[in-house]
Design a protein around this ligand. Structure first.
Ligand SMILES: NC(=O)c1ccc[n+]([C@@H]2O[C@H](COP(=O)([O-])OP(=O)(O)OC[C@H]3O[C@@H](n4cnc5c(N)ncnc54)[C@H](O)[C@@H]3O)[C@@H](O)[C@H]2O)c1
Ligand SMILES: [Zn+2]
Ligand SMILES: [Zn+2]
Length: 383
C-alpha cells in the first residue's frame, strides 16, 4: 500500500510499504478515508525528536472497517469508525481509570502508545491506505454510516478531544475568562471547547494572521504577540485584571515575538508561554497544558532545553495558588460525547480544516503546513 514515510528532517515521501495484517484476534484492519497532519507530526518532521527514517506517520485516523479479527465483537466490515490517536488496551490499571493516553500494555516499558509516533510503540501510522488497529472493540469509535461530517469526525482522533482536554485540565466553567496560547489546530479547538463550556471571554494568542482570523470567526478575541506583550494586551482589555484560566496549546517550540512562523527558521524560547500563563492567570486559577514538552530535544536551544529542563517561575505559581495539568490527551474519555455534539449540530470542529488533499500530495502539504503558508491551518489527507 502507499504510505507517508519520514525520510530526514523536512522531508517525507509517499512510498510502497507492506499491507497491514490481522496479527491478533482482537485486531481490525481499517481502510483509511481521512488521516490528518498534526502539529505533533511537525516535531518529528523538523528533526526535533528521536524519530528515525522509515517511520510511517499518521495518528489522526478515520475510515471503514475492512476486516475484523475473529475475537472482535462490536464491529464488522463496512462500519465507519474514527480511532483515538492513543493506542490503548482497555484493561490495564491506567485504562480502567480512564487514562487511556497512559496505557501500560501497548508500549511495554512506557505509559502510553500511539500510531505513527516516535517512542509510542510499534504501531504503524495511518497516513496510508490501511491501518492495523489493535484491541479494535476498544479503540474504534463507531460513526453514523455515510459521508456526512467527514471533516468534523476526523477531528475526533486528536485535536477536538485534545483542545477539550486543555479546557478540562484548566477546569473552564461557564462565565469564566480564558487565555489560550496558540491558534494552531489544538489552540483553536481549545478556544472552541471553552466557548462550548460557556466561557464568557476567550483570548487567543498567536502571530499567524489566518489562524487569528479563525479564532475571531468562532467568537474568540485575537491577540497578536508580535504587536506587543500578550500578557499586557490581555490585561489592558480586562481593565488591569488577568484571566481565570489559561491554556498552553503551543508547547516547547514556542517562539519569541517577531520570529518567523516557518518551521526551522524560528527563534525559540521554550519556557515563554508557561511563564506568560503564570503571569496572566489570576490567583487561584488553573493552567491546562496540552502543548507538548519533551524530555529530550536534539535541537534544544541550550543544554537544559535539550533535556527538557525549563526555567519556570514556580515561586510565582505557588504564590498565586495556581493549579496545572499536563500530558497526552486521553481521547477516549471525551470522543463519544464530542461525536454526539457533532451529530446534533452543536459542534462543527471541521471549521479548522483549511486543506483536503490526496495522499500523494503529502510532501507539499507537510512543507506548507510547517511553514504556515497559504493559510495552511489543518490538512486532511485522503488516501
Ligand atoms: N497533549 C496532547 O495530547 C497533544 C495532542 C496534539 C497536539 N499536541 C501538541 O499541541 C501543540 C499544538 O499543536 P498544533 O497542531 O496546534 O500545532 P501548530 O504547530 O500547528 O500550532 C502551534 C501554534 O503556536 C503558535 N505559537 C508559537 N509560539 C507562540 C507563542 N510564543 N505564543 C503564542 N503562540 C505561539 C504558532 O504560531 C502556531 O500557530 C503541539 O505542541 C502539539 O505537539 C498535544
Ligand atoms: Zn495529532
Ligand atoms: Zn491499557
Amino acid at each position: 500500500m502507499r504510505a507517508v514515510v519520514y525520510k530526514k528532517p523536512f522531508e517525507v515521501a509517499v512510498e510502497n510499504v507492506p499491507d497491514p495484517k490481522i496479527k491478533h484476534p482482537n485486531d481490525a484492519i481499517v481502510k483509511i478515508t481521512s488521516s490528518c497532519i498534526c502539529g505533533s507530526d511537525l516535531h518529528m518532521y523538523e528533526g526535533r525528536t528521536a524519530a528515525k527514517a522509515g517511520i510511517v506517520f499518521g495518528h489522526e485516523n478515520m475510515g471503514i472497517v475492512q476486516e475484523a479479527g475473529p475475537a472482535v465483537t462490536s464491529l464488522k466490515r463496512g462500519d465507519r469508525v474514527v480511532m483515538p490517536f492513543n493506542v490503548a488496551c482497555g484493561f490495564c490499571k491506567n485504562c480502567r481509570r480512564g487514562f487511556t493516553g497512559f496505557c501500560l500494555t501497548v508500549n511495554p516499558g512506557f505509559a502510553g502508545g500511539a500510531y505513527g509516533y516516535v517512542a509510542m510503540g510499534p504501531w504503524t501510522g495511518g497516513q496510508s491506505e490501511y491501518l492495523q488497529v489493535p484491541f479494535a472493540d476498544f479503540n474504534c469509535l463507531p460513526l453514523p454510516a455515510g459521508k456526512d461530517h467527514e471533516a468534523d469526525f476526523a477531528m475526533l482522533a486528536d485535536i477536538f478531544p485534545t483542545g477539550y482536554h486543555g479546557a478540562e485540565l484548566a477546569g473552564v466553567s461557564p462565565g469564566e475568562s480564558v487565555a489560550v496560547f496558540g491558534a494552531g489546530p489544538v489552540g483553536l479547538m481549545a478556544a472552541y471547547s471553552c466557548l462550548i463550556r460557556g466561557a464568557a471571554q476567550v483570548f487567543v494568542v498567536d502571530h499567524v494572521k489566518a489562524r487569528l482570523d479563525k479564532a475571531k470567526e468562532i467568537g474568540g478575541i485575537p491577540i497578536n504577540y508580535d504587536t506587543a506583550d500578550p500578557v499586557k494586551q490581555i490585561k489592558e482589555q480586562r481593565h488591569g485584571s488577568g484571566v481565570d484560566k489559561g491554556i498552553d496549546a503551543v508547547g516547547y517550540q514556542a517562539t519569541k515575538a517577531g520570529s518567523s512562523a516557518a518551521g526551522g527558521e524560528q527563534d525559540e524560547v521554550p519556557n515563554t508561554v508557561l511563564n506568560q500563563l503564570i503571569d496572566v492567570v489570576n490567583p487561584t486559577g488553573a493552567l491546562g497544558i496540552p502543548g507538548l514538552y519533551v524530555p529530550s530535544d536534539p535541537g534544544g536551544v541550550d543544554a537544559n532545553a535539550s533535556r527538557g529542563a525549563l526555567l519556570m517561575n514556580f515561586g510565582r505559581l505557588f504564590e498565586k495558588g495556581l493549579r496545572l495539568g499536563t500530558g497526552q490527551c486521553n481521547v477516549k474519555r471525551y470522543n463519544a460525547d464530542l461525536r454526539d455534539l457533532i451529530i446534533s449540530g452543536r459542534a462543527k470542529p471541521g471549521f479548522v480544516v483549511s486543506h483536503e488533499v490526496p495522499l500523494d500530495q503529502a510532501p507539499e502539504a507537510y512543507r506548507k503546513f510547517d511553514r504556515r503558508e497559504d493559510g495552511y491551518t489543518k490538512v486532511i489527507l485522503h488516501p
